[in-house]
Ligand binder design. Structure first.
Ligand code: 5GP
Length: 186
């Protein structure tokens, strides 16, 4: 039972508690810090909008000099099934040539979005591209070859909300990852 939250009647189950999220993000920050040289010129690329809360918390656990940039690509909107169509709505501001790009994703489902973003960024000749995702749904992967460097949690094939993830643009500000009651997904 979730108490004291405006959304409490909508939530069927909390699948990752706030403390568990924050602990794992600390670990990811340490792993990422150790994987680069401190002289590397690193840009964290947040995939809007779902990854903003993860990016904000993760960046504070990374002990390197990093810059931020943002890219917006089309997502599910009101629907919970991937169309496989990825549209760039907002491109990066920074020139990434010869720089180290760390893509920050909220969740990888089919992998189609990420594959498209990586291929587009590769054409700009970055020094490297790494990917960190908070959540991964491996059961639904279409892009089997997709290389994910850092992965927070593997989750089952359920549509989740919270900690940046929405359903119809709502629930992003929940501090944990949850599944909604069946009747809310309509
Ligand atoms: P993919 O292209 O990997 O199928 O989908 C990636 C995008 O779909 C994510 O960045 C996210 O915006 C959306 N998505 C996939 N699974 C979920 C989910 O369980 N909950 C929410 N809110 N969005 C999801």
């Amino acid at each position: 039972m979730v108490q004291g939250n405006i959304f409490q009647d909508d939530i069927a189950e909390v699948i990752i508690e706030e403390e568990v999220l924050q602990q794992r993000i600390k670990e990811l920050g340490a792993e990422i810090s150790a994987s680069y040289d401190e002289r590397d010129d690193i840009i964290m690329v947040c995939i809007l909008r779902g990854a903003i809360i993860f990016m904000a918390d993760l960046a504070r656990q990374i002990n390197l000099s990093i810059k931020f940039d943002f890219m917006d690509v089309s997502s599910y909107g009101q629907d919970t099934n991937s169309s496989g169509v990825v549209r760039i709505i907002k491109d990066l501001e920074e020139n990434i040539e010869n720089r180290h790009v760390l893509i920050v994703e909220d969740i990888i489902d089919t992998g189609l979005t990420l594959k498209h973003v990586i291929e587009m960024l590769k054409t700009r000749n970055p020094a490297s591209i790494k990917v960190v995702t908070l959540l991964d749904k491996p059961e639904r992967r279409v892009e089997k070859q997709l290389a994910v460097d850092f992965n927070g949690f593997e989750i089952p094939d359920k549509f989740v909300v919270g900690y940046g993830l929405d359903y119809g643009e709502i629930y992003r500000n929940l501090p944990y990852i949850a599944v909604l009651k069946e009747e809310r997904y309509s």
